[in-house]
Design a binder for this molecule. Sequence first.
Ligand code: E4P
Length: 219
Amino acid sequence: MQFFIDTANLAQIREAYEMGILDGVTTNPSLMAKEGIKGKDNIFAHYKAICDIVDDKVSAEVIATDFEGMVREGEELYEIDPKKIVIKIPMTRDGVKAIKYFSDRDMRTNCTLVFSAGQALLAAKAGATYVSPFIGRLDDVGTDGLNLIEQIVQIYDNYGYTTEVLAASVRHTMHLIKCAEIGADVVTCPLNVITSLLNHPLTDNGLATFLADHKKLNG
Ligand code: E4P
C-alpha cells in the first residue's frame, strides 16, 4: 500500500518524507489556502517546493471547471515538474473529458471528489491514473465511506482496470487499516494519521523495561 500525505504544509511533507515511508502528496485548493498560498506565481512556486522534497506523485488540482480551462491549467501544472506532477481533476462531465485528454498523452491524473461507484467507473474508463473516493466526507453524511472503497476495488478487479484506488478524506488510523484490508492501492491522509500508526502502549512499556534491565547490569 502506498502512503500519500494530504497537506500543502512543507514541514509536514518533509517530516513524512524523512520517515522514509512517503510515496506521494495530495493537495487541494482548500489545503493551499490553509497555508496562505495565494496568486498563481506563489501557488506554482509552492508546488515546485513540494516536488523538490518528494520523489514522485504530487497531485496539483486545476481550478478551471470547463474542459479547455482544465486542459490549459493541467498542462501548466504538469510543466512545473513533468516527472512528479499528477494533474488533479474534479469528477464532472468536463473533468472526465479532460482526464481522457491527459490519459491519451500519457500524463497522469487524479480524479477527485468521487462519492459513488458509478463515478469511479467513469474515471477508470476515461483512463485516470488514480481515483479519489472521499471516505470521511461520506461518513460525515451518514454513508459508510469504506463500503465505497470495497465496491470500487471489486469493480476495478472485475474488469482489470489499472486506475489505482486512492482512498482520500482518511480521518483516522482505522480508516487507513480498513483500507489496507480491503486492498486500496493508496491512502492519503494528514501526518497525524500516519504517525498514530506508531503508537502502542505495549511497545512503550516493553522498551522501558528492556532499557531498565540493561541499565541494571550495565549502568
Ligand atoms: C483528497 O485528495 C482531498 O485532498 C482530501 O483527502 C480531502 O479530505 P477532507 O475531507 O478531510 O478535507
